[in-house]
Design a protein around this ligand. Structure first.
Ligand code: GAL
Length: 679
């Protein structure tokens, strides 16, 4: 008999065919009579998978030795009978009251020493052996019971690690931190050297003297803080690993995931994604933010990149309003559809929501749901059903990938180090530095991947480094090799400043990249808030630098632009040495002027030239069929012109012919398919 294919090696994330559609389903909030209606309506809406059990710990294990699986058994069977697959949570994100009262020491403690109480969720110390053991016990009980159920399609470990609580300062965490440090440094001498404890009399005689960076009288040792960030990401990852080990043992072959929170600072998602079978994201763009779709695109590109371009899942988003902002705007008609298609356009093989049925009680009762409080006679429900039907028409997109020739380097430890205190300017924040670079590419419809330091760059013509404040020697060599091999490299300001211990590279900045870039930075000249310094390009354009400028000297580079005002007037602002460029300033949105030139030289073009407000992306199936997604995020109708080989394709969403010239209404989208080209 041929062996069943391992779902982990499949091109799509689960064994459910097509693009997944569904959401978090919390039946424990409802009497069982309601479930039958839920299942019927799920079928009506075209729901193919629901996430079950995320906050069901107290229901599944009402006491230390009591288990109640009967309700979940019945639910599983009901869902299976209606053709709905299950993304089953291990339910470990909200420890029950009995466990907390028996072991109050598992509650997390803030940097100020405040123990956070029971009454919300995510109330656990990641290093607590009691919490970890209880979570593993629960995972084991659930896996033993449901590993073989035919409706099980995906394992959902925990929920949004790091949501609410990213760090804990209790004695248990302190002991775990010391264990982590002992592993990293071998002994106290290595730690003293790495932490630079010669400064301010911070020398340690023994590792036992080390504590987490609790609130202190003044600035805390920056390397201690950096190691703490690394440790906190690892401590949560250890929780994930402990649960994953149980699933590997009891449920081999069923893919495992946990849901990410987009570009989330506290967790190094490169390390996390490596231990998942499929990357999942929870995305809550704000309908009140006119640029929300650009940030969302950036997050989705990251999700696709985290596992080398493999399809990912949008596991949570709001059908309309959320309930946790100060003012929660609903999504106007069409926006939910448009933003869902955006995730698919950028590599998602499923569109899921929080949550299926709107809660009547609890902190999220005003959060929108696929099935609103009003029931099926509501705008929300009609959109739920309509979009479910549309998504079915895109089933053959599942498994398709995106090809990008431009890569942006993202390194969590540099992000952490950049945002430590006592820097020349507190305004240099990673996301603020990154966003304009990404937006410039987005506006030009250029496909982008994110890469981690050391990744294979062979497919990329352009590598962008908006900032790598922390630059390891090996990362510098990796970037240099790309530029030396003729690849384009653009490095942003305040890059190459410190090594992995947050010690300044000697000899001038950008440390180990000085030779590759042919420049040396003599001094930082941050720009006061609200002010700007003009930058004049060699071809006579005047731009404005904000936040940051540098006293830059060229050693082996040609200036492409010079400062036009202020104390640095006349000095180089943007330079190039061969294919390697350096920016000694932050140009904000005007970075596009520099990037446009680089893209042109590198021969990297747009997916399709489109008018402003329209997003164009391409996904290609393993057999070579291409899907072109065109999404109008703008307020006005957009006139589009298609090349001849796209113009004959009907819109996959509606089946209607599109033609070579057509108008895309605001918030509307089309998806076109082009057959594999003959080889
Ligand atoms: C997510 C969380 C869900 C729900 C949702 C509301 O962060 O995973 O459980 O709270 O937010 O927007």
């Amino acid at each position: 008999m041929p062996e069943a294919p391992d779902p982990r090696s499949r091109p799509t994330p689960t064994r459910v065919p097509g693009l997944l559609y569904g959401g978090d389903y919390n039946p424990e909030q409802w009497p069982e009579e309601v479930w039958a209606e839920d299942a019927r309506l799920m079928r009506q809406a075209g729901v193919t998978m629901v996430t079950v059990g995320v906050f069901a710990w107290a229901r599944l294990q009402p006491g230390p030795r009591e288990w109640d699986f009967g309700w979940l058994d019945r639910l599983f069977d009901l869902l299976a009978a209606h053709g709905v697959a299950v993304d089953l949570a291990t339910a470990t994100a909200s420890p029950p009251a009995w466990l907390v009262r028996a072991h109050p020491e598992l509650l997390p403690v803030t940097a100020d020493g405040v123990r956070l109480e029971f009454g919300s969720r995510q109330h656990y110390c990641p290093s607590s052996p009691v919490y970890r053991a209880a979570a593993v016990r629960l995972t084991r009980a659930i896996a033993e019971r449901y590993a073989g159920h035919p409706a099980l399609a995906l394992w959902h470990i925990h929920n949004e690690y790091g949501d609410h609580v990213t760090e804990c300062f209790c004695p248990e965490s302190a002991a775990d931190f010391r264990r982590w440090l002992a592993e990293r440094y071998g002994g106290v001498d290595g730690l003293n050297a790495a932490w630079g404890t010669g400064f301010w009399s911070q020398h340690y005689g023994h590792l036992d003297e080390v504590e987490p960076p609790r609130t202190a009288p003044g600035p805390v040792n920056p390397t201690q803080l950096l190691d703490w960030r690394r440790f906190c990401s690892d401590a949560l990852l250890a929780c994930y690993r402990a649960e994953r080990a149980v699933l590997d043992e009891l449920s081999p072959g069923v893919p495992v995931t946990t849901n990410f929170m987009s570009m989330f600072k506290a967790l190094d998602y490169w390390r996390w994604a490596a231990e998942e079978d499929v990357v999942c994201d929870d995305a809550y763009p704000d309908p009140a933010d006119p640029q929300a779709h650009v940030t969302a695109a950036m997050h989705y590109d990251l999700m696709r990149s985290l596992k080398g371009g493999a399809p990912w899942l949008l596991l949570e988003q709001a059908p309309s309003a959320v309930s946790w902002r100060a003012v929660n705007l609903p999504k106007r008609p069409g926006l939910q559809r448009l933003w869902s298609l955006q995730a698919v356009a950028r590599g998602a093989d499923g569109v899921m929501y929080f949550q299926w049925r709107a809660s009547r009680a609890g902190a999220e009762k005003f959060h929108s749901a696929l099935l609103p409080h009003r029931g099926t006679d509501s705008r929300g429900w009609r959109e739920t059903v309509r979009f479910g039907a549309e998504l079915r028409r895109l089933a053959s997109v599942a498994g398709a990938r995106t090809r990008a020739e431009t890569a942006v380097v993202l390194d969590w430890e540099s992000w952490w180090a950049l945002e430590l205190d006592d820097h020349p300017s507190a305004r240099m924040r990673w996301l603020d530095l990154l966003r304009p670079w990404y937006a410039a590419l987005y506006r030009r419809s250029v496909a982008v991947d994110f890469v981690r330091p050391g990744a294979d760059l062979s497919g990329y013509r352009v590598v962008l480094v908006p900032n790598l404040y922390l630059l390891r020697e090996e990362t510098a060599r990796w970037l240099a090799a790309h530029a030396d091999g003729g690849g384009h490299l653009v490095c942003g300001p305040f890059t190459g400043i410190v090594d992995e211990h947050d010690h300044v590279h000697p000899g001038g900045h950008p440390g180990p990249l000085r030779e590759t870039l042919g420049v040396v930075v003599d001094e930082f000249w941050p720009v006061p808030d609200g002010e700007g310094t003009t930058v004049v390009t060699a071809d006579g354009r005047t731009l404005t630098a904000r936040l940051w400028t540098e006293w830059l000297e060229t050693t082996d580079a040609e200036p492409l632009a010079r400062f036009g005002s202020g104390p640095l007037a006349g000095r180089p602002a943007v330079t190039r040495r061969g294919t390697a460029r350096y920016l000694g300033c932050h140009l904000g949105d005007e970075i596009g002027v520099v990037l446009e030139q680089v893209l042109a030289e590198a021969g990297v073009g747009p997916v399709l030239p489109v008018p402003e407000g329209v997003e164009a992306t391409l996904r290609t199936t393993p057999d070579g069929a291409e899907y072109l997604f065109l999404l109008n995020h703008g307020e006005r109708p957009a006139r589009l012109t298609l090349p001849p080989d796209w113009a004959t394709a009907p819109d996959r969403l509606t089946g209607a012919a599109v033609g070579s010239r057509f108008t895309l209404a605001p918030l509307d989208a089309v998806v076109l398919r082009r057959s594999p080209r003959p080889r």
